[in-house]
Design a binder for this molecule. Structure first.
Ligand code: C2O
Ligand code: CU
Length: 487
């Protein structure tokens, strides 16, 4: 593989960033680096600033404007969304490891907001949880987040205010390694989202609605998107024969877990939730809301191949196309279906081993956490409105905010032994810390339904008040959240 191209690409990014300087990282830079798609995008324009990029001690300044925006979903029409900088997903924020990021969030929404930098262990005051780490940013106001972009990896940012992520307020955040543990020739970011046509609302039903459980469990998504494109007009990812391509899979979906595969191409998993792992080859992998996986693909099978993310709901899968520019085919046949999804080797978490895994410590404190709920309650859940039967989701029988904080001491090794006594899957996300699960470091752990178990271990080394919650937005908002408090 050619390291040279990789270096060239980085040089290109530096040039691009230098040109942009303190201006907003808008559509231009991300589109230059993300999937080349069929929709027209603006080109990079230069000469606006000569601020040197990165690591100079000067913070990288980014402007994010959250505002009501129209979003055109291919031929399905125009939807009213709430977006960052008018884009969906939001603009890719891309910096170098260790660089200082200063992000000004301007709130042009008709309600308050905050932004959370999912996966990055920022100082508590920068974590973006309303009324926990900061007062909400009122409509018309702005707030400046500032933190060091470290460690490296694939992250995401999203509103942490109510159901706003499902309005469209999500985006990718990439922190480039100074020295990647793997080499590759080019890279793409792949963001999987479940798309609501209207405003999100708490799940539930009125007492005399007879449609029952289905309506209660599943938000009314109209499509699953890959990089903001529906399956019938998929994003195209160009490669050349012989290249090694890094794909950053990011799932900021509100409620959808995917099984991901690429037709004709086994993949090598290199990072889990941003942290490097010893590359492990599989045919397919699962990715839940809040999770990220980086994979390498060797382009050795010229053609046009389906990229498929098959959901745990009834919607058609999110799709993309891996297209060899030096082959004749330009689109996989409509029926193309990666056999890897049904017949291939699926990644198990136990397959992975972290690179430079910290030594595991005997826990000073072990907490048993039981996930349950889903039963309908009148007025249950933190956002439930009157007259509605809403599911309530609990940790040890308590639904946030009516739930006791989990207390830890600074410096302790903490173990959460989580068991899932409900009939739905819960991807549990910890703010402010990485945890060890099996032989990897992660920040989001799937706890499977019907007696699924997970044991996560973390060191309480980042003082503050931190959220720990299910990353299914509807479970989080209906109580499956706890505060962790340093005492
Ligand atoms: Cu991405 Cu509190 O989460
Ligand atoms: Cu959940």
């Amino acid at each position: 593989m050619s390291h040279k191209e990789f270096v060239d690409r980085r040089t290109f990014i530096q040039a691009a960033l230098a040109n942009f300087g303190a201006l907003a990282l808008g559509a231009r830079l991300p589109s230059a680096l993300s999937a080349r798609q069929s929709s027209p995008r603006q080109e990079l324009s230069g000469g606006q600033s000569n601020r040197p990029p990165g690591l100079s001690g000067t913070p990288r300044e980014v402007n994010l404007i959250a505002e009501p925006s129209q979003f055109e979903l291919a031929s399905r029409g125009v939807f009213q969304k709430w977006l960052y900088n008018g884009q969906y997903p939001g603009p890719e924020i891309r910096v170098k490891e260790g660089e200082r990021l200063r992000i000004k969030v301007s709130n042009k929404l008709p309600e308050s907001t905050t932004v959370h930098w999912h996966g990055i262990p920022v100082p508590n005051a920068m974590d973006g949880v309303p009324d926990v780490t900061q007062p909400p940013i009122a409509a018309g106001d702005s707030f400046v987040y500032e933190f060091d972009a470290a460690p490296s990896g694939s992250f995401m940012y999203h509103s942490h205010f109510g159901f706003q992520p499902d309005r469209g307020l999500v985006g990718p955040l990439i922190v480039e390694e100074n020295k990647p543990h793997v080499e590759y020739d080019r890279e793409y970011t792949l963001v999987l989202t479940d798309f609501l046509a209207g405003a999100p609302a708490p799940l539930g039903r009125t007492p005399n609605d007879t449609r029952g459980m289905i309506a209660m469990q599943m938000p009314p998504y109209v499509a699953l998107l890959l990089n903001g494109r529906p399956p019938e007009a998929p994003a195209v990812f160009d490669v050349k024969t012989g290249e090694r391509v890094r794909l950053r899979l990011i799932n900021p979906s509100g409620a959808t877990i995917y099984r991901f595969a690429i037709g004709g191409h086994p993949v090598s998993v290199t990072h889990a939730d941003s942290r490097p792992v010893v590359p492990f080859r599989v045919d397919a992998l699962r990715i839940a809301p809040g999770e990220r996986y980086d994979i390498l693909v060797d382009a050795r099978t010229p053609g046009a191949w389906p990229i498929t993310a098959f959901p745990d709901n009834d919607l058609p899968p999110a799709r993309g196309v891996l297209r060899y520019t030096d082959a004749n085919e330009s689109a996989p046949r409509e029926t193309a279906w990666p056999k890897e999804l049904s017949a291939g080797r699926m990644l198990e978490l136990g397959d992975l081993r972290g690179v430079d895994l910290p030594e595991s410590r005997k826990p000073n404190r072990t907490l048993n956490l039981v996930l349950s709920g889903g039963t309908l309650k009148a007025g249950g859940g933190m956002m439930a409105s009157g007259g509605m039967l809403s599911p309530e989701w609990t940790i040890n029988g308590q639904a946030y905010p009516h739930a006791a904080p989990l207390e830890v001491h600074q410096g302790e090794a903490v173990r959460f032994r989580i068991s899932n006594e409900s009939s739905m899957v819960h991807p549990m996300h910890l703010h402010g810390h990485f945890f060890r699960i099996g032989n990897v470091m992660k920040d989001t752990a799937i706890v499977w339904a019907d007696s699924g178990r997970a044991e996560i271990n973390f060191v309480a080394d980042n003082p503050g008040k931190w959220f720990f919650h299910c990353h299914n937005l509807y479970h989080m908002e209906a109580g499956m959240t706890r505060l962790i408090r340093y005492v």
